[in-house]
Design a protein. Structure first.
Length: 353
C-alpha cells in the first residue's frame, strides 16, 4: 500500500500535518482519568461550546462513543432503532449485543435517512412480548447512505416523535461537521435535538486519534463509568487531544474543499460511459461500475499500480472519499487515469471483458 499516492479509500487515512504534529508536541498534559489533563479539558470545553451541551468526554474512537452511549441507555433486551445501513449495525463488531445486551431494529431509509412515520411504526408498544424500544440513532452524515445529509426538519420530526415515546435520541456525528460546512446550519442547531452525540477527529478533520461524546451532566457522569469499564479512560491523553484541538481550529472550514473535490470527482466519473454516480452531498462519492463490465474490485485493482485507491462497497459499487491529503490536481490525475483505463477496457474487445 506504500505506493498509493492518491488515496480515496477513506478520510480515515489522513495523517497529521507538520503543524498539527508541532502543536501536539508541546501540549500540556496531565492525568486524564482524574480530569487533570489541561489539553483534554480544553478540547472538551471547545466541543461543549460547539454543540451547546453541558458536558463531554474524550474517547479513543467513535465506535466507543456509540457503545458507551448504548450502555448508558440500554438494559439487556432493549432495542436501538437505526437505519439498515448504520455503521453501528455493520462495523462495530456486534457491540450493542455484546456490551449492552441490546438488539437492533433496522429501518429501510432512503440514503440512510428515515422519516418520522417510519420511526413511529418501529417503536414497540409497551407490552411484555416486545423488546423495549429505547434509543433512536441517527448518523449525520450517513456514511453508507452516500454521505447524505439529514435535513434539520427530518431530524426534528424523528427526534420529537422519539422523545414523545420516551426514547433517547443519539447522533453518530462522525461527519457532523461535514454537514455543518455543507449546509451552513450550525452544529448547535443539529445537536439541540439529541440527548447525546459525538464528533470524530480521525476522519476528515485529520487528527490521528479521538472522538468527543457530549450530552447532559447526568449522561456524561454515567458515560464516564462505561468509558472506564471499556478501557477508554486514559492518562496523558492531551498529547492526542491536541491534534483534535488543532483540527477544530484549523481543519473545519477547509472541509468545503473536500466537498468541492468530491463534486469534481463525481462529475468526471459521471461523464464516463458505463459509470453511474450517486448524488454527492459532502465528501463521499459512491458510484457503480457495472456498466463497464467489470467488478468494483477489478476497477480498483487496475488503478492500484498507478498509485490510486478506492474502497469497494458492493460487487459493482465503489466509494471515493475526498480529504485533506488529496488535492484538486490529484483528483484530476485520478480521473485521467480512470479514463485511460476505461478506454483500454473498451478498445481491444468491445462489449466483452
Ligand atoms: C468511522 C465511523 C464510525 C466509527 O468511528 P471510529 O473512530 O473509526 O471508531 C462510526 N460511525 C460512522 C458513521 C463512521 O463513519
Amino acid at each position: 500500500m506504500n505506493n498509493i499516492r492518491i488515496d480515496l479509500f477513506s478520510d480515515t487515512i489522513t495523517k497529521p500535518t507538520q503543524k498539527m504534529r508541532e502543536f501536539m508536541c508541546v501540549a500540556e498534559v496531565g492525568d486524564e482519568q482524574q480530569r487533570e489533563d489541561p489539553t483534554v479539558n480544553m478540547l472538551v470545553d471547545m466541543v461543549c461550546e460547539l454543540l451547546d451541551k453541558e458536558d463531554a468526554i474524550f474517547v479513543p474512537s467513535g465506535t466507543m462513543c456509540n457503545q458507551i452511549s448504548f450502555r448508558v441507555y440500554c438494559r439487556p433486551g432493549d432495542e436501538i432503532i437505526m437505519d439498515h445501513t448504520a455503521h453501528t449495525r455493520h462495523y462495530e463488531a456486534g457491540g450493542p449485543a455484546a456490551l449492552s445486551g441490546a438488539t437492533m431494529y433496522t429501518i429501510e431509509g432512503r440514503r440512510g435517512i428515515f422519516t418520522g412515520s417510519q420511526v413511529e411504526a418501529a417503536i414497540r408498544p409497551a407490552e411484555n412480548h416486545f423488546p423495549r424500544s429505547r434509543v433512536v440513532l441517527i448518523e449525520q452524515t450517513s456514511n453508507m447512505g452516500g454521505g447524505s445529509i439529514w435535513p434539520l426538519e427530518t431530524i426534528e420530526e424523528v427526534c420529537s416523535l422519539a422523545n414523545k415515546h420516551g426514547l433517547a435520541r443519539h447522533m453518530d456525528g462522525a461527519r457532523l461537521l461535514n454537514a455543518v460546512v455543507a449546509t451552513r446550519i450550525s452544529a448547535e442547531a443539529y445537536a439541540a435535538n439529541f440527548d447525546s452525540l459525538w464528533i470524530d477527529f480521525s476522519k476528515g478533520l485529520g487528527a490521528p486519534v479521538g472522538a468527543v461524546l457530549a450530552g447532559s451532566k447526568d449522561f456524561i457522569k454515567e458515560a464516564w463509568r462505561w468509558k472506564q469499564q471499556f478501557g477508554g479512560a486514559m492518562r496523558q491523553a492531551g498529547i492526542i487531544a491536541a491534534g483534535a484541538v488543532y483540527a477544530l481550529k484549523h481543519h473545519v472550514e477547509r472541509l468545503a474543499e473536500d466537498h468541492e473535490n468530491a463534486q469534481i470527482l463525481a462529475q468526471g466519473l459521471a461523464e464516463i460511459d458505463g459509470i453511474t454516480v450517486e448524488p454527492v452531498e459532502t465528501n463521499l462519492v459512491f458510484f457503480d461500475v457495472a456498466g463497464l463490465g467489470i467488478t468494483g474490485s477489478a476497477f480498483n485493482e487496475s488503478l492500484i499500480p498507478h498509485g490510486i485507491r478506492f474502497s469497494i462497497i458492493g460487487e459493482f459499487v465503489v466509494r471515493g472519499v475526498t480529504h485533506l491529503d488529496v488535492s484538486r490536481a490529484q483528483i484530476e490525475e485520478a480521473l485521467d487515469c480512470i479514463r485511460k483505463m476505461v478506454e483500454k477496457i473498451a478498445a481491444p474487445n468491445p462489449g466483452k471483458v
